[in-house]
Design a binder for this molecule. Sequence first.
Ligand code: PLP
Length: 442
Amino acid sequence: MTGQRSDAYRDDRAHVFHSWSAQRTLDPVVIEGGLGATFWDEAGTRYLDFSSQLVNLNLGHQHPRVVAAIQEQAAKLCTVAPTFGNAARSEAARLIAEAAPGDLQHVFFTNGGTEANEHAIRMARGTTGRHKILAAYRSYHGATTGSITLTGDPRRWANEPAMPGVVRFFGPYPYRSPFHAESPEQETERALQHLDEVFTMEGPQTIAAVILEPVVGTNGILVPPPGYLAGVRALCDRHGALLIADEVMSGFGRCGEWFAVDHWDVVPDLVTFAKGVNSGYVPLGGVILGPRVYETFADRPFPGGLTYSGHPLACAAAVATIEVMREERIPERVRDLGERVVRPRLEKLRDRHPSVGEIRGLGLFWAIELVRSQETREMLVPYNAAGPAAKPMADVIAACKARGVWPFTHFNRIHVVPPLIISEEDLLQGIDAIDDALEAAD
Ligand code: PLP
């Protein structure tokens, strides 16, 4: 709203302390409503939600089945302590276990992704009796003390030192290969050699787990080259460590499978999830446990828990979300849209713009990486701590918004991560708007 500001805006500026931001310079858009892949602000300006909020709004805004499930559960029972059984929680756990890879069958519920990773670490340490965790530089695992230590990207810097025992490694990134590899196959081979060396130098008998995002999310939508995930699985097995897949962003259909690891038939020991599990309508996350971890705690208490673990409103939303995803075959739809619509359209966009270094992704999980020069691959804006986007990235973002598209951006990248229910027409319209907006970076 120009001129006169609403109460919502004024109260926000007076009393809300926002995450990852300098408070005084913030100018938040106040969202009044949303439907499907669109939302609108107080002035009635509509945006195509190409960010799915924070890549969690998989079924779009106000899905009637999910809203009704929450309302029905609220009318029946609003809260229940985790020590009790509850139908919404049991059903959500069963549906999640049915979607899970391999033999992972038990679900520990949290309120979001960061808590899921915290508890996964505790499970891995308890199971192996070892303390070190190997985590990737290019990763985001959450904002609480343990998870921000696992996080490799600059959001970690201001929060150090935090949890002891985390050792970092480089994952594959063929476009900016840390291993100077010349092909995806070579990238896999060298990345696995490097990880094996990290195991050796750290002492394999001290390493409880490797945690990774199977398709790296906010750090660039990095799809692993062929053989990488299977190779990490084999290294973990060889050294007696657990493999934790952080599927908080990549899971529940985002990559065109229920979980990203399904693309490569890799079965982790633990899978962490949140976001898309219930489209973010009520906070929910968790850890799906394989047999090795489950058996460890079958006859001795697991030292961890949360008041709201398996909250009935959140679980009712998860049940409805997963049922809709099954009935409408959302993962298959996403896989098809990714290959048939998004990939060819982004390839065209790359060919038109000198500022586009690489496009990559799968399903509805894509990155457009922007550079100053295609030859040198110098990033359009520097790799740095969280904060407002620097020019000319800020101009690209403003140009997207002026064209009615709310983009997800990070450092020098635009991510194409719309709700999984987006129509083909809206999807193409959103990419067209980004295509136009990129003139600001060329
Ligand atoms: N792990 C990954 C891969 C994420 O992308 C995120 C959030 O973006 C998290 C963990 C943290 O989840 P939450 O913000 O729900 O705590």
